[in-house]
Design a protein around this ligand. Structure first.
Ligand SMILES: *Cc1c(COP(=O)(O)O)cnc(C)c1O
Length: 442
């Protein structure tokens, strides 16, 4: 399927009606287990000598279609689905570190991932060094230590929509023989394909724009084929395991048993299998339906983002700044041109120029924008990020993440751009009228 264009792969990739009773839509395989048929086949399945399904916690045909489709869209060699984006992220970090060492990351990451790095992983012996999106490459390089096992970034930061020079970061990672992991949730493979720019592993919250309909929670990890796992830093790929023995009962390593996709095999057979954060096939089907229209939705969402961006940039009495790579004052124009030719996602943030009470009024005065902790939905959303989506961060950490207290984040859906602008406009007018009235009475 990889030779077909994006639009073809998003509706057909990884699936053949011929193998599914001619069912045109991808069926939900609502089953816990799969019949072994014979003792001989059971032996081959367990030894990985024959591809097939055993138990849904380890793999399911509906999830398999989703995994193959996203791997094809991203030009990866394999993908593993998880029950949430956080499960995909935490499992990837566990698999890559092997349970110890350090990860180099940035302050500008998803609030949940930030708290995971700060409060959970250090207790498990995995530590994080953080730099800023604005840090020079020398600062990144200085932060790499003997123990660093990966660089972990987001392709479009949350909530400020900042970008990075991905090819330079990939080069830096590979200089130290460590992989570059990119959370590509905000961009989706339609706007950006990290593996094409040197990244080795891509993670997603499928809950967001991949699905796009706000009706399921899911995550994915996509593996590229470029990374060479060294014996010194990544012994987990070389150690022999009894559970992946061959038919002659010889223990094998993940690299021996699965040379084409060792990370996906490790993720599936260790972390998905034993931590058990499996994606329900029902939700895999919902996400697959969402993916069928991914490019069309994202195109429209980007168009809406651009329309509202130009409106916001004219509201200087209430909007002190707008953060989006295509905004007038963005420091990311060059990066956007290089990496995001079709738009830098459908999330932007702006600085609300007013009091906290006025900001609260704005959030409650909009009629179309929903007040929710979500992004990439078909419906447009508004949120006071420092308090909600990044509520995990202390004031000092918010400062380091360059999330100003007055930040308001918008995520654009599929409504009419004119309606979205009119909605914000009537809410701004409420505040302007109140200011006028207050002035009069003073
Ligand atoms: C939402 C989100 C996550 C977490 O995903 P869940 O599916 O909610 O677990 C991770 N990274 C980014 C960038 C997100 O927006």
């Amino acid at each position: 399927m990889a030779e077909y264009g994006f639009n073809t792969v998003q509706v057909r990739g990884g699936y053949s009606p011929k193998d599914n009773q001619e069912s045109v839509a991808v069926p939900v395989y609502a089953t816990a287990a799969f019949d072994f048929v014979s003792v001989e086949r059971a032996g081959r399945l367990v030894a990985g000598e024959e591809a097939g399904f055993v138990y849904t916690r380890i793999g399911n045909p509906t999830n398999d279609v989703l995994e193959r489709r996203i791997a094809a869209l991203d030009h990866g060699v394999a993908a593993v689905s998880f029950g949430s984006g956080m499960a995909a992220i935490s499992s990837t970090i566990l698999a890559v570190t092997g349970g110890s060492g350090r990860i180099l990351s940035t302050y500008q990451i998803y609030g949940g991932a930030f708290d995971l790095e700060k409060s959970i992983f250090p207790n498990l012996g995995i530590h994080f060094d953080l730099v800023s999106h604005d840090s020079s490459l020398e600062v990144w390089e200085k932060a790499i230590t003997e123990e660093t096992k990966a660089i972990y970034v987001e392709s479009i930061s949350n909530p400020t929509a900042r970008l990075l020079d991905f090819e330079a970061l990939a080069k830096l990672a590979h200089k130290y023989s460590i992989p570059l992991i990119v959370d590509n949730t905000f961009a989706t493979p339609y706007l950006f394909q990290p593996l094409e720019h040197g990244a080795d592993i891509v993670v997603y919250s499928a809950t967001k724009a991949l699905n796009g309909h706000g009706n399921a929670i899911g995550g994915l990890v996509v593996e590229g084929n470029s990374f060479h796992w060294s014996r010194e830093k990544f012994p987990q790929f070389y150690q022999k395991h009894w559970v992946i023995r061959d038919l002659e009962e010889h223990e094998r390593s993940f690299l021996e048993a699965f040379p084409d996709f060792p990370l996906s095999a490790l993720l599936r057979l260790s972390y998905l299998a034993y931590f058990g954060a499996v994606l329900s096939p029902y939700e895999a089907q919902l996400i697959l339906i969402g993916v069928e229209t991914l490019s069309e939705r994202v195109k429209k969402q980007v168009a809406n983002t651009r329309a509202v961006l130009s409106y916001l940039e004219k509201q200087s009495d209430l909007v002190s700044w707008v953060s989006y790579p295509e905004a007038k004052n963005s420091p990311d124009h060059k990066l956007a041109k290089k990496y995001f030719k079709n738009g830098a996602g459908s999330v932007l943030s702006f600085g609300f120029n007013g009091t906290e009470e006025e900001e609260n009024r704005l959030i409650e005065a909009v009629q179309i924008f929903g007040y929710q902790a979500n992004v990439g939905d078909a419906r447009s959303l508004i949120v006071n990020s420092p308090k909600i989506t990044h509520g995990e961060l202390r004031p000092q950490e918010l400062q380091e993440a360059q999330i100003a207290p007055e930040t308001v984040r918008l995520s654009f859906g599929l409504e009419e751009a004119e309606d979205l602008i009119a909605d914000l406009d009537q809410a701004f007018e409420v505040i302007r009228a109140e200011r006028k009235a207050a002035k009069k009475s003073a």
